[in-house]
Every structure is written in structure tokens, then in C-alpha cells.
Design a protein around this ligand. Structure first.
Ligand SMILES: [Fe+2]
Ligand SMILES: [Fe+2]
Length: 243
């Protein structure tokens, strides 16, 4: 059940709950020192070895036969590393798809919990719709570059791993609306920076139409971030009895 934060004797995680037992644990830790040699830097040396040997996470798929508009767009990018743009577009594509799912979870939680102001379910539904439209916008942008929007890019792979915790929080039935808001803020901060970067990339690469479309998406993302952040602050302050 979704409860506000409360104090309870059920929480026994801290050392203060049992001074006698915790002293025994401290004594044991002091009595049995690590038997092997080495320290944190030895661990990092080992990690460095793996880094030097590691293969990259993935590669960007080679586009199929370029036709019409895609051919013209790629000619505009001659001399630039178009694969960087494709990688970042693939990353945004995956993120927007997940973003849509995140809002689905959040809307369901808010509806189930009968959320009240400042949270607006209508606004959340609009944000969800915008995430879905952004997904389509990025898919179209990939097509104009002749790239396959169904192929996973390395950026998409890494970003999915990085944001997997947010998805876990949102899909956990125990998390409160406040905790969900914090997870959504995590996602929207990254989302916003991602769109900001895409606008700059498209602009610097001379893709004016693309940059203009991305600017519209960025303005919508600005609103997502501002609202989620405000709701998060207001809900927490309200719960603390500060407002
Ligand atoms: Fe988004
Ligand atoms: Fe967003």
C-alpha cells in the first residue's frame, strides 16, 4: 500500500537498534583483518586491464542502399561523422520509448492513488503523448539519414542500462507517488540534456530542418522537467508539513 513516509519499529537497519550486537560486529571486524594482500588501487589496476582489453559495447549499423532524400541528406554530411548523430538518435529513440512506458506506469499509479493537486493526470497524459510523438520524430529523423530505426545503437544500449533503475522504481507497486516523482525527475533531467544535445548536433551538422523539429521537442521537454521538478518539490514540502 502506498503510504507517506512514516517512522516505525520495523526498520532495524541502523546500528543504534542493537548497541550490544553492533559492538560485537565491530570487534569481529577488527579481530579478523583481510587475509589477502592488496588494496583499492590493486583492484583498479585489475579493472584497468579489463578496460584495455574490452571490445566496444556495440557498433552503429551500416545504412542500407541510400535513396532519394536520404542520399541528399548524407551528401550534406560529407566529411562529418554521421554515425555519431545516428548513435545519439538511436539513444534518444530508445529513451523516448521507455519514457512513454514510464508515464504509463506513473499515470496508473496516480490514478490508483487518486492523486490531487499539484499533480494533474491530464498533464501527465499529455506528457506521455509527447514522449510518444518524440519517439516517432526521432524514428523519422533516422530514416532521413537512411538509418534503420529498428537497429540498436551503442548509445541506446548504454542508456537503457543506465536508466533501468528508473524503470524498476516506476514498476514497483510499493513505491509512493513522491518516490515515483523522484525517479521521473531522474529521467526528465537526462531526457532534457539529450534533446539539448540533439538540437546542437543537428544544427552544427547543417541539418536545419531537423534542428528546428528538435527545438520544438526540447521546448516540450523543458515543460516536462519544470513540472515534474515542481511537483516533486511541492509534494515533499507538503508531506514534511512545510507548506
Ligand atoms: Fe522525452
Ligand atoms: Fe520528457
Amino acid at each position: 500500500m502506498n503510504q507517506p513516509v512514516e517512522m516505525s519499529m520495523r526498520n532495524r537497519t541502523g546500528i543504534d537498534r542493537s548497541p550490544a550486537d553492533s559492538q560485537k560486529m565491530i570487534d569481529a571486524a577488527n579481530a579478523y583483518m583481510p587475509s589477502s594482500k592488496g588494496n583499492g588501487s590493486a583492484l583498479m589496476d585489475m579493472e584497468s586491464g579489463y578496460i584495455q582489453e574490452a571490445e566496444p559495447v556495440g557498433t552503429v549499423a551500416i545504412p542500407g542502399t541510400l535513396k532519394g532524400a536520404a542520399k541528399a541528406t548524407m551528401q550534406m554530411l560529407a566529411g562529418r561523422n554521421a554515425e555519431v548523430l545516428v548513435d545519439k538518435l538511436g539513444e534518444r529513440l530508445a529513451f523516448e520509448r521507455t519514457g512513454t512506458r514510464l508515464y504509463d506506469y506513473f499515470i496508473n499509479k496516480c490514478e490508483t492513488m487518486h492523486c490531487e493537486a499539484p499533480i494533474s493526470i491530464d498533464t501527465l497524459k499529455r506528457f506521455r503523448q509527447e514522449e510518444s510523438q518524440h519517439f516517432k520524430l526521432v524514428a523519422n529523423a533516422l530514416e532521413t539519414l537512411g538509418a534503420d530505426s529498428t537497429s540498436q545503437t551503442p548509445g541506446a544500449d548504454v542508456s537503457a542500462v543506465a536508466s533501468s533503475g528508473v524503470l524498476q522504481v516506476m514498476s514497483d507497486p510499493r513505491t509512493s507517488v513522491d518516490q515515483s516523482l523522484e525517479a521521473m525527475l531522474n529521467a526528465e533531467l537526462v531526457d532534457n540534456a539529450g534533446w539539448d544535445l540533439l538540437v546542437k548536433l543537428a544544427d552544427e551538422m547543417g541539418l536545419e530542418d531537423m534542428a528546428k523539429d528538435f527545438q520544438v521537442a526540447l521546448s516540450e521537454e523543458d515543460e516536462h522537467l519544470m513540472e515534474i521538478r515542481q511537483w516533486y518539490e511541492q509534494c515533499t514540502l507538503k508531506q514534511a508539513g512545510a507548506i
